[in-house]
Structure formats: C-alpha cells, structure tokens
Design a protein around this ligand. Structure first.
Ligand SMILES: O=C(COP(=O)(O)O)N(O)CCCOP(=O)(O)O
Ligand SMILES: [Zn+2]
Length: 307
C-alpha cells in the first residue's frame, strides 16, 4: 500500500538503519528500485522532484507507483522531494502523495517557519507527513543550486526551535553534503559533531540526509571508459552514511548514484552494440544496474534489509 514514513522512521530512529529515498522519473528506474526493495524486504521511499514531475507528468508517475505496489505488494512511501512552495505541496497531497518536503531553506528563518507551518497544517489535515529543511546544502543539481558561500550548516539550537514551532515530522539538515556528483574538492568530510548535537537537541525527530550519494569510483570510471567525461566526481564515502544512520539520520536521499549506474550501463551497451537500436536492449540492462545499485545500498550501506 501507499504509506507515510511514520512507522518506518519510528523504527529507524530506534535502530542503526536508515530508509533509502530514491529519486524516480521513469518506468525502468521505478522498476529497478522496487524490485531491489522487494528482494531485500526493506522499507522504501520513492521520491519525485519538481523536475521529475515536469519530465514524466504527475499522472504517469502516480500510476507507475500504483503498479509497483500492485505488482509487489510492497508498502511504499511516495514523497515530493524539494517542494518549493505551498502550491506544489498541496497539489501532491491532493494527488495522493503520502509525504511532502517543503524546502524553505533558502528563506530567512522566520519565513521558513511560516511556510513550513502552512504546509504542515494542510498535509496533516490529509494524513500526509512533512519534511522540511534547515541549513543550506552547497552544490548544484538541476533546479537546486546553492552558491557555496551561502551554504551554511544547520544550527542545533535553531533546529530545536524550528521543529517545536512547525510541528514538522522530519528535518533535512546540512552537515557538509551537497547535491550532484562533485561534492568535495578536497577530502570528503561530514560534520559528525554537529549531527550528534542536532540529534541530542531533537532526539525524537527523524533527520534526513540529502546529497548522500557516494559517486562510486567504479561507476565514474565506467562512465568515462565508454564515452563519458566526469573527471573528479566525488561523493560521500559509504561508511560515513552508515555512521550517520547511528545518530538520528532516518532517511538517506540517493539520486546521483542511480544516475551513474544507469548511464554507465547505457553508454557501455551503445558503444559495444553499434548496430542495435531497440531501446529494450539498453534500458533493460540499465534497469538491472539500478536494481543492483539499490540492493547494494540497502544491504551494505543503509543496513535496511528485512527491517
Ligand atoms: O538529495 C538529493 C540527491 O542527492 P545526490 O545527488 O547525492 O544523489 N535529492 O534531493 C535529489 C534532488 C534531485 O533534484 P532534480 O530532480 O531537480 O535533479
Ligand atoms: Zn535534496
């Protein structure tokens, strides 16, 4: 069935695992992710950004997720990723999403609170949970661009006041991650001291980590070997994600690692099979690559198998 994150986050908050939140925008990506979660018997969040809604059209995405539930019997949370304003959050609540993010992190503190409260009121009235964001991620990813200088990490005291005043169900925090494939110019590092302080201040609030892709070198190399060019791409080491799940992180956003796995596979297939032109020939292996990546994340990084 379509479920909220309430139950899965209650469990994740008490244990050392985190729930994978994977971005979707087409059939093969949804199928690959869902098959992996079904095999791992793991809790699952499928998340749709504004860009994905524009790309695939809301009706298609909703029906694909309903089909996934019909096909597997899985409980799945359908989540709006980075909702910019009340309107898109309302639209998704009305469309049947079970969770929405209102990302007010680019606004001043008081405006972020006002906007988040407005969404919480509407969503809760319809049985939908809300994720908000405090602190700014750096980095670039489609519509999500934050100038490095303005990137400021989450303040633990502000986080406590924010959660108290908004009633939000989960909080996305900034502790050094950023969207996309170029997260660090130097050595990767997360501010674990800050994470522990935030978790101490709001121990009952599930925390969310955006920009949590590892940008696995194996897939960067594979992309580059078959016509790609993404030198210097670097993400968050997987052991840091596993560690973060021990200190309040309950939801881990992963998009870039899926993109790399899928793109590497398509590049490889097309280069090795110049006479093929049946999309099933390369979208099939791409789907398998998504499934393998998600299974790896659930099993070895999020430790969410069987949860
Ligand atoms: O946190 C993440 C992904 O982090 P990652 O890049 O480390 O996978 N997200 O919220 C995904 C944002 C995707 O937005 P868009 O569809 O506009 O490109
Ligand atoms: Zn994000």
């Amino acid at each position: 069935a379509l479920v909220t994150t309430k139950e899965m986050f209650e469990k994740a908050l008490k244990s050392d695992f985190a729930v994978g939140a994977f971005n979707v925008n087409n059939m093969e990506i949804i199928q690959g992710i869902v098959e992996a979660a079904a095999e791992e018997k793991a809790p699952l969040i499928l998340q749709v950004s504004a860009g994905a809604r524009k790309y695939a059209k809301p009706a298609y995405l909703m029906k694909l997720v309903e089909a996934a539930i019909l096909d597997t019997g899985l409980d799945i949370c359908l989540h709006l990723d980075h909702g910019e304003d009340f309107e898109i959050c309302k639209k998704c609540v009305d469309d049947g999403f079970t969770s929405v993010m209102i990302d007010g992190s680019k606004h001043p503190f008081e405006e972020n609170i006002r906007l988040t409260k407005e969404v919480v009121e509407y969503a809760h009235a319809h049985g939908v949970v809300v994720e908000a964001e405090l602190g700014k991620l750096a980095g670039v990813e489609d519509n999500i661009k934050v100038d490095q200088k303005a990137a400021t990490y989450t303040d633990p005291e502000e986080a406590a006041e924010f959660v108290e005043r908004t009633g939000v169900d989960s909080l996305a925090i900034a502790i050094g991650t950023s969207h996309g494939a170029y997260k660090f110019s130097g050595d990767p590092s997360l501010d674990f001291e800050r994470l522990k302080k935030i978790h101490e201040m709001i121990p009952n609030t599930p925390l969310v980590l955006h920009g949590a892709s590892t940008v696995l070198p194996e897939f960067v190399d594979k992309c580059n070997a078959y016509g790609g060019s993404i030198p210097g791409a670097k993400g968050v080491p997987e052991d840091m994600i596993t560690e973060a799940a021990k200190h309040g992180i309950c939801k881990v956003n992963i998009d870039t690692d899926l993109r790399l796995a899928m793109t590497a596979e398509v590049r490889k297939y097309l280069q090795e099979n110049p006479s093929d032109f049946d999309p099933r020939k390369y979208l099939g292996p791409a789907r398998d690559a998504i499934k393998a990546m998600v299974q790896h994340k659930i099993k070895n990084v999020l430790k969410a198998s069987g949860q």
